[in-house]
Design a protein around this ligand. Sequence first.
Ligand SMILES: [Zn+2]
Length: 293
Amino acid sequence: MAANPRPCNLCGEERQISFLYTRNGYSIHKCQRCGLVYVGVLPTAGELTELYGDSFFEASSKFDASANSPSLVNARDRVAQILRLPGIGRTRWLDVGCATGEFLLAGSEVAGELHGTDISAYAISEGRRRGLQNLRDGNFTDLDYSPEYFDLITMWDLIEHVEDPARVLHKAFAYLRPGGYLVLSTGDVDSLASKVMGRFWHLMIPPMHTYFFSRSTITRYLQEAGFTDLRITYTGKIVPLDFMVEKAARLASPRLSQAVQPVLRKLGLGRVRFSINLFDIMTVVARKPAHAS
Ligand SMILES: [Zn+2]
């Protein structure tokens, strides 16, 4: 059933909001004025606490402390990509939604002061245990940093989770030094994968995801926050073969998944890695103008 949706977070439209479908019991809407796709009624604070409790990170494959875990390999790729940005500073970096700190660990090999925030106190304590300092748990919009402090702010798969993307991006803009970069990743609801799969698209997962951006809507968000020099690419992810086989086995049955795990370890399939790119995840680079005050 479609409840009355809240106004569009991007353009403020209140009436011309169409209902697309229901997924996981949440109604998904699209603003007819600007094209933003979003969850009509936000999850309650209680639902969110339940969602991002310790088990979210414990269960996540991100939580993998090995030096060559897929998440760390992907994080190093991201750092390499960032170092190619013209004029990128390496003094102070901030990762918003840093989880257990993979990107910051990769960044610590090249940058000076590394900061991170995450809504999960559990993830932050794991990050600290792994040697990271300057970590703060809490909602980014409630935390304060010095204006024009950072050379780089990153948000990996974060912006589709937040309550108010406009506010998050305005804050990030304020904390960046003139000429500093914002780099974020998020799904593309206009991608072929999303269009073919509809409400079964792998990123259409309310209430965890509350916004579903496109090239057009994320561009407008960033421009309205003051960013320029936008560049959008579609970056693949590296996935080890044992992870893929185990995931396929788990779809068939949990018992099969249990049975294949020792075999996979014996075969060493974790060393075989695939790069997967469905061209439905955008990496967006944006810059704060050098002359901005
Ligand atoms: Zn709108």
